[in-house]
Design a protein around this ligand. Structure first.
Ligand code: ZN
Length: 503
């Protein structure tokens, strides 16, 4: 077949697949927001049918034939051209899909969905013994999956590849070593500081209707296009891209706590702005897709933390916020800024501050690696978990629910996913530093409410490239050198050194 014709046929086929996927995404959004309680069983059957359809399309031998007709042709001669990128990434996706035997794919999907439901009810009941068999099953299948898709040095690398293409366990160990040592040092200094952020001011009455207006206002001001988005309330915030012109987020509201809705909203808006910045003309092909979970997370964390928790941002936004809440009338901006940056070792990852957050991830990474290197068994997980929390954070959970069972990830088979959160922080610090070199002092831009220059910089350096470069190369091209943890360390030292008056 003529290469151009093969490319067009393949592209049309893949875009159709993306339409089916995006209908699934819409059904997923509905399932996590407004579905009636009795609709869940039918929704699960819809998802199963869709999963069968998508698996068949992703492993369709015709895809392999089209790829063969295009590869090596003039169409892919320039490796950075749209066609070459799409073909390279379609090949990668196809090879990974066909290496997984159909019965393993079915078993994985089933075990993961059962594991997730089991986690939901058993976590509530703090029932580790009940949960263990589900976890063992998921882990066993994930090990089979790693063997099926293949790897160079170790099975864990095969799993990382699904979330952070090109990332390797050995390299992550070095990142976490640098970050772990620095985080514990900064945490020790903070614990010895006399500064006590007045966190109580965040736990006052904050009427939910006003919080909702504020979340719309701030995310819109930062650059989230609300004509192409919406913000709904959920227990677990998320961002979901249905397609061009429809990228949604959720956040959670508490009537007597400020941070959750505000920072949850800004975080998810960061994800949404990445999706809104992908080239719409390439939608449904790799050139129009986000490159990795780590890069995704770098966008959300940069807007949430580097921007949203900076003094510059609050100099701009606090005067707008204060008149709207009676609870803030007697609060000084410096105190508010300190409160939203308060650091305290805690048991729960999703509530962690910026300094301890990476230690939570480090613990999970070390445990996952030990599981996949055959150095740890599921039976010994709670002991390993508690020992690591004592070692890194000086505290230890009294229940499974606040310990080894706190995250949905393992029950749903998402091994290899956790490092993306820390990689997101690493990339974000490095990109933010480079943006500052290119744009001038960002604090003073933020202080004027000028957010567009940073967003345009991200659009130019990150968003518009889709999957053109692997994550490490993308960051290197944007920031001038490959990802390194030192930028994040410096950022943490500066921000928390100022706040806690450390020397
Ligand atoms: Zn996120």
């Amino acid at each position: 077949m003529e290469p151009q014709l093969a490319y067009e046929a393949l592209k049309a086929f893949q875009i159709d697949t993306a339409y089916y996927q995006s209908l699934g995404a819409l059904a997923g959004w509905d399932q996590r927001t407004y579905i009636p309680h009795r609709g869940h069983a039918h929704r699960a059957r819809q998802f199963a049918a869709l999963a069968r359809l998508l698996h068949a399309r992703k492993t369709n031998p015709q895809v392999g034939e089209w790829l063969q007709a295009v590869e090596g042709s003039a169409l892919t001669a320039d490796p950075e051209s749209v066609e070459a990128v799409n073909v390279r990434e379609w090949r990668r996706d196809y090879e990974r899909a066909v290496r997984v035997p159909d019965d393993l794919a079915v078993a994985l999907a089933q075990a993961q969905s059962e594991g997730e439901s089991a986690w939901e009810s058993l976590r509530e009941a703090d029932d580790w013994t009940g949960f263990k068999p589900y976890l063992k099953r998921v882990l066993e299948l994930q090990r089979e999956y790693a063997e099926a898709v293949g790897y160079e040095s170790e099975p864990y690398d095969a799993l990382l590849e699904d979330y952070e293409p090109g990332e390797r366990a050995a390299r992550l160990e070095r990142v976490f070593e640098v970050l772990g040592t620095a985080s514990r040092r900064i945490l020790d200094q903070i614990m010895g500081s006399k500064v006590r952020p007045p966190v109580g001011i965040l736990h006052r009455p904050y009427p939910v209707e006003v919080q909702r207006e504020i979340v719309y206002e701030v995310t819109g001001a930062l650059g989230y296009d609300l004509e192409g988005g919406r913000i709904d309330p959920t227990a677990h915030p998320f961002e979901l891209a249905v397609g061009p012109g429809d990228v949604r987020i959720t956040t959670r509201y508490y009537p007597d706590y400020f941070n959750a809705a505000f920072f949850g909203g800004v975080h998810e808006a960061g994800h949404a702005m990445y999706e809104q910045g992908l080239p719409a003309e390439h939608w449904g092909t790799p050139m129009g897709q986000a490159v990795s979970m780590g890069v995704h997370e770098s966008q959300s964390r940069m807007w949430e933390n580097m921007v949203g928790r900076s003094l510059g941002f609050w100099r701009y936004f606090f005067p707008r916020l204060q008149p709207r809440f009676a609870s803030l009338r007697d609060v000084r901006i410096e105190d508010f800024h300190r409160a939203v940056n308060a650091v305290k070792p805690s048991l729960i990852r999703v509530e962690a501050d910026e300094v301890t957050y990476n230690l939570h991830i480090l613990i999970r990474f070390e445990i996952e690696l030990a599981l996949f290197r055959g150095q740890l068994e599921v039976d010994d997980l709670p002991d390993a978990w508690n020992a690591k929390y004592r070692y890194y954070l000086g505290i230890s959970p009294a229940s499974y629910k606040d310990g080894v069972m706190q995250d949905v990830h393992w029950g749903s088979g998402l091994f290899g996913y956790f490092p993306s959160y820390t990689l997101g922080n690493v990339y974000a610090a490095q990109l933010f530093s480079q943006a500052e070199s290119d744009l001038g002092p960002l604090e003073s831009l933020l202080e004027q409410g000028s957010f567009a220059p940073l967003l345009s910089w991200l659009r130019e350096k990150i968003h518009r490239h889709g999957r053109r470069y692997p994550p490490r190369i993308l960051v290197q091209r944007a920031a001038g050198e490959p990802p390194r943890a030192e930028y994040l360390v410096r950022y943490l030292e500066k921000r928390f050194g100022d706040i806690y008056e450390l020397d």
